[in-house]
Design a protein around this ligand. Structure first.
Ligand code: PEP
Ligand code: MG
Length: 320
């Protein structure tokens, strides 16, 4: 049945009892976006805008930016496209924004923090996103990477409003943001959990070091608990805001089921993972997903969490 579901994937993620979980794509530019549309993504959950300008040693002009963003929006007319503002630094240095002499780049001026050292770049980027949106029919949401406090979330929301953009959000990829999600979500319209960085920072394990892969694993129950806390903050009274996941965790079909069980509302992933995630999600009810989430969160280790959840998902075998 799962193999059949793989070939029949219609782009809609849903559990066996009909709970819908939009499956979106992570893209780095227009070409990726067209591939994602062909793979039936329902929209873009993460446009990594820094990928449009890697290797550039000067800030892209307004027109260059509008063209790059519009190329992505045009692949998804009428659909949601979540644009992440420049996440320069650490594993994604941009010569015009990144100070490569920092002793600890992952803990340094990266992501949203570059607005402190290079004021103006973010405001200009938001203006270009707004102009690209005005020339397309996509439903554009915009979010900032590496938000650590509610104050940063409020400042970012004010900047997006100033640029004429309507739907500001934040990435939750720093443990402080997961712990403070209720206050942060009071300032913005949505959150998207970046499990790659959230795992790196929760486990204090560099995501670029293969030797630390066992620690740097989103199945770590500590990471799953931070995801659960983020969702709890989003559903606190009077504060119901969508929380998605756009890190690599969403592309692991068994882990995707756990994320849905934790209350995550959308999953964004590399387009080639869409059909497999859709098939496995469709093999469980929402209630079963919640039970699997509880099993994973209570497991004593990442390996146990993964093994215990996978043992309950026989459909995985037919995916190969
Ligand atoms: C993440 O950190 O999980 C994420 C989606 O962002 P990036 O991988 O681009 O840092
Ligand atoms: Mg990240």
């Amino acid at each position: 049945a799962a193999a059949a579901a793989l070939t029949e994937f219609d782009g809609t993620g849903r559990t066996s009892d009909g709970h819908e979980v939009p499956l979106l794509a992570n893209v780095g530019g227009a070409k990726d976006a067209r591939g994602a549309a062909d793979a039936r993504a329902q929209g873009v959950g993460l446009l990594r805008t820094e990928f449009c300008f890697l290797g550039r040693d000067s800030e892209p002009t307004h027109d260059e930016q509008v063209e790059a963003y519009k190329g992505v929006f045009d692949a998804f007319p009428g659909r949601k496209v979540v644009v992440r503002t420049l996440d320069a630094g650490a594993d994604k240095p941009l010569p015009f924004l990144t100070d490569t002499s920092e002793p600890n780049p992952a803990l340094g001026v990266r992501g949203y923090r570059t607005d402190i050292t290079s004021p103006g770049v973010l405001a200009r980027q938001l203006k270009a996103i707004a102009d690209a949106e005005a020339q397309s029919s996509a439903e554009v949401w915009v979010m900032a990477p590496m938000i650590s406090t509610a104050e940063e979330a409020a400042d970012f929301a004010a900047m997006t409003t100033e640029a004429g953009l309507k739907k500001p959000g934040v990435m939750v990829e720093v443990p402080s943001a997961a712990l403070m999600s209720e206050s942060i979500l009071a300032e913005v319209g949505f959150a998207s959990i970046g499990t790659n960085d959230l795992t790196q920072y929760a486990m204090a394990a560099d995501r670029q070091l293969g030797s630390l892969a066992a620690l740097n694993n989103a199945w770590q129950p500590a990471v799953l608990r931070l995801i659960g806390l983020t969702v709890e903050g989003s559903v606190a009274e009077g504060n119901a805001k969508p929380v998605g996941v756009c890190g690599e965790a969403a592309a692991d079909p068994a882990l995707a089921v756990v994320l849905v069980g934790l209350g995550v509302s959308t999953l964004s992933m590399t387009p080639r993972a869409l059909a497999g995630v859709g098939a496995v999600l469709n093999s469980v009810s929402l209630d079963e997903a919640r039970k699997l989430a509880e099993i994973a969160v209570k497991a004593p280790s990442a390996a146990e969490a993964r093994a215990r959840v996978r043992a309950e998902l026989p459909v995985l075998e037919s995916l190969g």
